[in-house]
Design a protein around this ligand. Structure first.
Ligand code: NIG
Ligand code: FE
Length: 407
């Protein structure tokens, strides 16, 4: 005999199913949850005759898939507010990075932080994301830049996943910046990453994927190819910080390794977009970094749309270029800065963000069989999720069918 743990009815539901129009809306909808998964979705008038341990009748609130933040650097020491002021006085991100500031100043602060300190500061940010409807977060390393501290960051990220109901996906981003110890020999650092770090991380299952930063003052395509070949040989999927400040062929490079995603993409060419389409590589757009850096070059939105490249949106939460702790505000920025529609933004933080993490079989839409990661909102229409700035419209968040209160 079928039995449900929870039945939500009297809601308006944006299923965000692929191929559905108008948010996949079901007016006067209902969702049933059993064993942490969605057991049934449909119109309240069609609810099958199944008993439920608990029934909640909503008063027309909107239900969407819980949000997914598929690109963050949530674990870090210190902050970079002083650098923010410097940049407002006209010093560029690249100038600061080349002078040993930028990412490297966060590396020093992160190396000097204990695991507990990193856990505590990242916990606050994780709770802020959840307070705005997030149930799944990707967290990158990349501020350790040596074996011990990259592993420390990944262990903190794993610990966050164990301590909270949210799902945490971890990404090794050892190829984020050239560590000061290897300033004159970045190839030797890449060798260390390939020969020691990736095998250790893979063996201990500390990372779900491997990322790198392809930029003139970071790592070149040859070095990143070595990192990606090693990652792939250890069964890890890859993704790339690509073409953020210049067109370094990052999108093509990511596509050539069948990357899950290529992220940023402000300077990506039409050829880069075509390569992503062929490889099935998702685009992850990061409007918080675009805004904070005062960037004026837009990602190739028209080409991405014309090529049906899936577009995800994320916070890129990090202390340097995107001190942003709300996926919903990332949606609001993507509308205003990139001209995406509110529906594209909601798809970008649910269905397409799940795809960018390789989790699309499991979450990102409201369909029977998927995890019951469900956000309930006090809004009159889902477009309001991209419209309001500075308010918190979340009414409640269910993760695997259970209420979470992280606010
Ligand atoms: O996604 N582009 C490189 N990485 C980060 C920035 C990290 C930092 O500045 O600390 C990004 O924007
Ligand atoms: Fe990033």
């Amino acid at each position: 005999m079928a039995h449900w743990d929870l039945l939500l009815s009297g809601a308006r539901i944006a299923t965000m199913q692929r191929g559905a129009v108008d948010y996949g809306t079901i007016e006067d909808g209902a969702i049933a949850v059993a064993d942490g998964s969605i057991a049934w979705v449909g119109r309240s008038a069609d609810i099958p005759d199944v008993s439920a341990s608990e029934t909640r009748t909503l008063s027309g609130q909107w239900i969407t898939p819980a949000l997914i933040d598929c690109h963050t650097h949530l674990v870090f020491g210190g902050d970079r507010s002083a650098e923010f002021e410097q940049r407002l006085q006209g010093v560029s991100y690249e100038e600061i990075a080349r002078a040993g500031g930028g990412i490297l100043s966060t590396v020093t602060a992160t190396r000097n932080s204990s695991p507990d300190e990193l856990f505590e500061s990242a916990s606050k940010r994780l709770r802020m994301l959840a307070a705005d409807g997030v149930a799944t977060v990707e967290i990158k390393s990349g501020y350790g830049l040596d074996i011990e501290n990259e592993i420390k960051m990944l262990e903190v990220a794993r610990r966050l996943g164990n301590a909270y109901d949210l799902t945490v996906c971890t990404t090794l981003l050892a190829a984020h910046a050239i560590p000061p110890e290897f300033k004159e020999d970045s190839d030797a650092y890449v060798s260390l990453v390939c020969e020691e770090l990736i095998p250790a991380v893979a063996e201990n299952r500390l990372a779900d994927s491997v990322d790198a930063y392809c930029e003139k003052f970071a790592f070149n395509p040859e070095q990143i190819s070595r990192v990606f070949e090693t990652a792939t040989s250890h069964g890890l999927r890859v993704k790339l910080h690509a073409d953020q400040l210049s067109d370094g062929g990052g999108a093509e490079l990511a596509a050539s390794f069948n990357a899950l995603s290529a992220d940023h993409l402000e300077y990506t060419s039409a050829d880069g977009v075509a390569a992503m389409r062929e490889a099935g590589t998702s685009a992850v757009l990061l409007p918080g970094a675009f805004l904070t850096l005062g960037e004026t070059q837009h990602p190739p939105i028209t080409a991405l749309r014309e090529n049906d490249v899936p577009i995800a949106i994320a916070t890129d939460c990090n202390p340097g270029t995107s001190p942003l702790c709300s996926v919903r505000e990332a949606m609001a920025l993507a509308c205003r800065l990139f001209g995406l529609t509110p529906e594209e933004c909601l798809a970008g933080t649910t269905r397409e963000a799940a795809l960018a993490l390789g989790l699309d079989g499991d979450r990102g839409t409201l369909e029977a069989g998927k995890r019951a990661d469900i956000a309930i909102w006090n809004v009159g229409h889902p477009r309001e999720l991209s419209y309001w700035l500075g308010i918190r419209p979340l009414a409640s968040l269910l993760i695997a069918g259970r209420d979470v209160n992280l606010i």
